[in-house]
Design a protein around this ligand. Structure first.
Ligand code: MG
Length: 260
């Protein structure tokens, strides 16, 4: 009996310590954020990590909703709900300049999202004009897509940044033209009946299999030159992919809905 009690007490302590360390790390990054103006050019760039060569495409698990399987855009529309204007070519779909972003017909809240992408292999432009696109959760919260291989830009706009808020922990970008992956664990924000935030949005992100955000709390919607506050929204909203004028490619996109 006493042994059981001691082991319960010990495991409770371990669990609360683990909780504290996650909270401490989240708080540390949140405190650091205050030091930097949005898109601050003096904010340190994430250290470069070589993720190794591209891997074979990871098949969708049996409980996933397949959003793009290399054949058609039946799961997608343009921003206004009309047929998506991006081009399906072979196994991938390519952003078409001025056709606008595309979004899923279905809406999602808490989820695990797998996306594969490649920036143009003959890179043009520099900074934010080189292979720019983006993966938006709920059409509101962007994980930046950019050619950050040998292409400096402001840290909070690098590939895999939570745009305008948090640079990735490391720069795990592959060369332009090579396939890369994002695996995103997203927890949607919760609002009460008055529209007050009960809990902020959170993201854990792997870029090419490498951890780049660890249960990161978002300050609100991601935006250009602004960090707007949260505004209450639906529990589920579409995933969208950004048209930023560059022919970025996507393939093998799938999503698993998670229990709240
Ligand atoms: Mg973008």
């Amino acid at each position: 009996m006493i042994k059981v009690m001691i082991s319960v007490i010990l495991s409770t302590m371990v669990i609360s310590l683990l909780g504290l360390s996650v909270a401490a790390q989240t708080n540390r990054r949140a405190a650091e954020l205050k030091k930097w103006r949005i898109h601050d050019e003096t904010r340190p760039l994430p250290p470069i990590v070589d993720p190794g060569p591209p891997q074979a495409s990871m098949p969708a698990p049996s409980d996933a909703v397949v959003l793009f399987n290399g054949k058609d855009l039946l799961q997608w529309t343009d921003a206004k709900g009309a047929p998506a204007g991006w081009q399906v070519k072979g196994e991938y779909v390519e952003a078409v300049d001025k056709s606008g972003s595309i979004k899923t017909k279905r809406a999602f809240g808490d989820c695990q999202l797998h996306v594969e992408w490649a920036t143009p292999s003959a890179p043009t432009g520099s900074g934010q004009n080189r292979g720019n696109s983006g993966v938006f959760l709920m059409e509101i919260y962007e994980v930046q897509v950019l050619d950050s291989y040998d292409n400096a830009t402001y840290a909070d706009g690098s590939a895999a940044a939570i745009y305008g808020q948090y640079p990735p922990l490391v720069n795990a970008c592959r060369k332009p033209g090579e396939w890369q992956t994002y695996d995103i664990l997203f927890r949607a924000p919760r609002f009460d009946g008055d529209g007050e935030v009960l809990s902020p949005a959170r993201m854990t992100v792997f870029h090419n299999g490498i951890l780049v955000h660890d249960n990161q709390e978002l300050t609100g919607p991601t935006a250009h030159k602004a960090r707007p506050p949260y505004k209450a929204h639906a529990d589920k909203l579409p995933v969208s992919l950004q048209d930023h004028g560059n022919p970025v490619r996507y393939r093998n996109i799938w999503i698993r809905e998670l229990q709240p």
